[in-house]
Ligand binder design. Structure first.
Ligand SMILES: Nc1ncnc2c1ncn2[C@@H]1O[C@H](COP(=O)(O)OP(=O)(O)O)[C@@H](O)[C@H]1O
Ligand SMILES: [Mg+2]
Length: 267
């Protein structure tokens, strides 16, 4: 038994399986094995292993594989954020990611997690203020990213925090959703997307809904922080706590609805 965030484990596993698929262009078998290992002095560990017999990695690739934005798949196919996210998730859960790979032979990616005696539903490893969504700030959020894993991951994190999420794969779909759903409180968009970039989308949204906060999630730190159509920026890769903070800040920047002060009737 291991204490982990269920959604994030699912995303981590999905990332590893997609990498295994990408490594086997001609197809093949992907093995997913769950095992317990006795790794004293660190005690018992749960090993979740994804094994492929695909392209494998040479030493240079292997040594950089978990670096954020490192990809060999080309800018339109890879984000280079998959393994960095899996690595971050494992470390955050008190474990680690182990990669064994050989060029031409395949790869074995293992998430090692500390084993626990019994399920501990209360302890999420977060302080209560991190774990509990800020009350009154639960929102409907439109999330836009052309990479389906990043989109899924973002959606999982936001839903964990209690928000309602509408996912969109591109700017055009995002605008269509905005036309149909009028209770959207916040938009979080990727910057680098084909056809319509995040900033172009922000401009189009700002034109129609000038009060709607927009967070630009990007790895390009050279973009101006105070772009007129963007409320704030979120640097990729980010963890749940950073996302939570960015969302709370953006939501509290919204103009407050008119509150009619409650008055005691005059006697
Ligand atoms: N199972 C695998 N087999 C071969 N190479 C892999 C595997 N998993 C990851 N890699 C290498 O590590 C790089 C980084 O992986 P990742 O962080 O998931 O980003 P992305 O998949 O977007 O490229 C990949 O571009 C690839 O070169
Ligand atoms: Mg990947």
């Amino acid at each position: 038994m291991a204490n982990v965030d269920e959604n994030q484990l699912e995303m981590a596993l999905l990332n590893l399986v997609v990498n295994a698929r990408d490594a086997m262009q001609e197809g093949g078998l992907i093995e997913v094995v769950v095992d317990t290992v006795n790794a004293s002095p660190s005690g018992q560990q749960i090993a979740i292993k994804v094994v492929d017999r695909g392209a494998g990695m040479d030493l240079a690739t292997l040594s950089r594989a978990t670096e954020p934005f490192f990809t060999t798949k080309g800018p339109t196919k890879g984000t280079g954020l998959g393994l960095s996210m899996v690595h971050g998730f494992a470390a955050q859960s008190g474990g680690r990611l182990e990669l064994i790979s050989k060029r031409g032979e395949g790869t074995q990616a293992t998430i090692l997690l500390p084993a626990t005696e019994a399920p501990n539903i209360v302890d999420t490893g977060m302080t209560p203020s991190e774990a509990a969504p800020p009350s009154g700030l639960l929102a409907t959020i439109l999330v836009v990213d052309d990479d389906f894993l990043v989109l899924l991951n973002m959606q999982a994190m936001l839903e964990d925090m209690g928000h309602r999420v509408f996912p969109a794969h591109n700017g055009e779909d995002a605008l269509k959703i905005l036309d149909r759903v009028d209770e959207v409180d916040l938009v979080i968009t990727d910057q680098a997307m084909p056809r319509m970039t995040g900033l172009q989308l922000a401009e189009a949204i700002h034109h129609r809904h000038p009060d709607l906060p927009i967070i630009l999630a990007t790895g390009y730190s050279e973009l101006p922080t105070n772009h007129p159509n963007v409320t704030s920026k979120l640097n990729k890769p980010y963890f749940q706590a950073e996302l939570d903070k960015a969302v709370s800040e953006a939501l509290s920047s919204r103009p407050r609805p008119n509150v009619i002060p409650f008055k005691l009737p005059a006697i």
